[in-house]
Design a protein around this ligand. Structure first.
Ligand SMILES: Cc1cc2nc3c(=O)[nH]c(=O)nc-3n(C[C@H](O)[C@H](O)[C@H](O)COP(=O)(O)OP(=O)(O)OC[C@H]3O[C@@H](n4cnc5c(N)ncnc54)[C@H](O)[C@@H]3O)c2cc1C
Length: 506
């Protein structure tokens, strides 16, 4: 049977990303009708404000202009993440490191071995152009930079609700996605176990040929109706609770050009700058910290009593569905899985999986199983590697000041792949050939920054005097270039103000 009617259940970021991906890819099939259903009684999760650079390609694919995004979603630019306090403080230096989005290969050279020989003198992130811009709160774009391009790579921080709103408008206006408000009360199945119809709380029943489950942590269709088991990963990533808070900022305050991730005794705090406020989250492992202690430590971080503000506790389920595609249903977003917010992996995986199904979307119900069997292992592999990458940040630490850090570092339960890779990387630094699958969505650059930001002990290889001198000169040049570039750029706040002025004039 030809697939003509697609239901997307859920109007959060996942639902609207799916609507746009399907809208673009299925524009060749005018007979297909896409309907997005969301409930007025079940609110969206309302968090998810950090992204990675891949989002730019997605937005361009959807035909969304960067100016529209920046103007409508309280956007600031994210050039990477600054990790503070993830290691024991060194005697003479700062206890932070960066994970920039720009590669650490100045002039195309891999200077890692030089750095390993000289790591006392230089932070690893200083191999990237990004460094001075980050240190001086500069914008990654010139006023004249073309859309979606900067002098260094970047992603965005945005207001989650406004971002969903923009995706929604785009999907409805450009791809004629239908949008209805209904609360699903029950799911009816066919004899073959696939989903037949949705029954709404007003008693109405509606049939579709294919269902995309974006219902958030409730996982209404894939988990609820189809009973696909949840693969629990809390043994690897132990942070399962979060307190969320918003703090307004003054128009005169500097805006950080990165996400600040500050470790504490049982997790970490994210601090995301938007144009008029900071979005903050105190992530912790409930087995190691009580909620009362979390509130106290969060208040200390912010220098104010968070209990008297707009504080929200959000539970997190760490893991993913055993398969993301079962019969005529695919799950995306939180309905599919979640690790924790470190490194902003959720929108990334959602976007990747939504793109995957849209590009491979079956024409006919007979084709479903073949395509599902092809896609399921890819998404599973992606999740496994995302979990490795998040766990890396914890297991490499030399902090032993709390049970949480001891448990994460002394005998961590690692995947076979991560264990093998860490063994290899004691002998040599990560390189492209260690990442043989393109479904490794974090590659050598990402690992290099984390490993060497956290002082991972890779054996250095001896270098000849000439080679060392050549590399030293390259580094001096990079640092000079980075400083010069930074001097010529507007501050992050100034750039955003310039855009505002231009929009007001226009
Ligand atoms: C604490 C936290 C921090 C995060 N930070 C980041 C980050 O920085 N970067 C990042 O990439 N991701 C982050 N994420 C993940 C990000 O929030 C999600 O990927 C994103 O918001 C997508 O959520 P969703 O659309 O899957 O679910 P939701 O936003 O929860 O949407 C669920 C939708 O399903 C609908 N629904 C549910 N039940 C029914 C029903 N019975 N009938 C009809 N409709 C129904 C609801 O109405 C709603 O529209 C974070 C997540 C958490 C928990």
């Amino acid at each position: 049977m030809k697939i003509r009617r697609i239901a997307i259940v859920g109007g959060g970021t996942a639902g609207w990303l799916a609507a746009n991906h399907l809208g673009v890819e299925l524009s060749r099939r005018p007979d297909i009708e896409i309907t997005l259903i969301e409930s007025k009684d079940v609110p969206v999760i309302g968090v998810g404000e950090g992204t990675v650079p891949r989002i730019k390609a997605t937005l361009q694919k959807f035909g969304i202009s960067e100016i529209e995004l920046v103007a409508e979603c309280d956007v600031t630019f994210k050039q990477g993440v600054k990790f503070s306090g993830w290691m024991t403080p060194p005697k003479n230096g700062c206890n932070y490191y960066y994970h920039p989005f720009s590669p650490p290969y100045p002039g195309g050279f891999d200077l890692t071995n030089y750095w390993l020989n000289n790591s006392e003198a230089l932070e690893y992130a200083q191999l990237s152009d990004f460094y001075s811009l980050a240190q001086e709160n500069k914008s990654p774009k010139r006023v004249s930079s073309p859309p979606y391009e900067g002098v260094v790579d970047y992603a965005y921080h945005f207001d989650a609700a406004k971002f969903s709103g923009l995706l929604s408008k785009n999907a409805r206006e450009k791809f004629s996605v239908k949008h209805i408000y209904r609360t699903i009360a029950r799911v009816e199945k066919s004899d073959d176990g696939s989903i037949k119809s949705l029954i709404y709380s007003n008693g109405e029943e509606q049939e579709f040929d294919f269902y995309i489950d974006c219902s958030g942590f409730s996982s209404l269709l894939i988990g609820g109706a189809l009973g696909v088991p949840f693969v629990d990963k809390s043994g690897q990533v132990k942070t399962d609770s979060v307190l969320v808070y918003r703090k307004s900022t003054e128009a005169s305050e500097e805006i950080l050009p990165y996400t600040l991730a500050t470790a504490h005794e049982a997790g970490w705090v994210w601090d995301i700058p938007l144009t008029t406020r900071r979005g903050l989250g105190f992530v912790y492992a409930a087995d190691f910290m009580s909620e009362n202690r979390a509130v106290e430590a969060f208040s200390d971080y912010l220098g104010c009593d968070v209990e008297h503000g707009d504080l929200r506790s959000v539970p997190m389920k760490i893991g993913y569905r055993d398969v993301f595609w079962e019969k005529n249903c695919v799950a995306l977003g939180l309905a599919q899985g979640f690790v924790e917010p470190l490194e902003a992996t959720s929108i990334l995986v959602t976007d990747f999986a939504a793109n995957l199904i849209a590009r491979n979307f079956p024409d006919d119900t007979h084709d479903i199983q073949t395509i599902a069997d092809h896609c399921n292992p890819l998404v599973r592999y992606t999740w496994e590697r995302v979990i490795d990458f998040v766990q890396l940040h914890y297991c490499l630490s030399d902090r032993r000041d709390s049970d949480f850090w001891c448990e994460n570092t002394e005998a961590p339960k690692l995947s076979e792949v991560l264990e093998r890779r860490l063994g290899l990387w004691q002998l040599q630094p990560p390189q492209k050939s260690d990442f043989f699958s393109r479904f490794d969505i974090f590659g050598p650059e990402n690992y290099l920054y984390i490993l060497y930001g956290m002082r991972f002990p890779t054996k250095s290889k001896p270098m000849g005097r000439q080679e060392a001198e050549k590399y030293r000169e390259i580094i001096v040049k990079v640092q000079g270039h980075s400083l010069q570039m930074s001097g010529a750029m507007l501050s992050h706040r100034e750039w955003l103000n310039e855009l505002k002025k231009a929009l007001n004039k226009g």
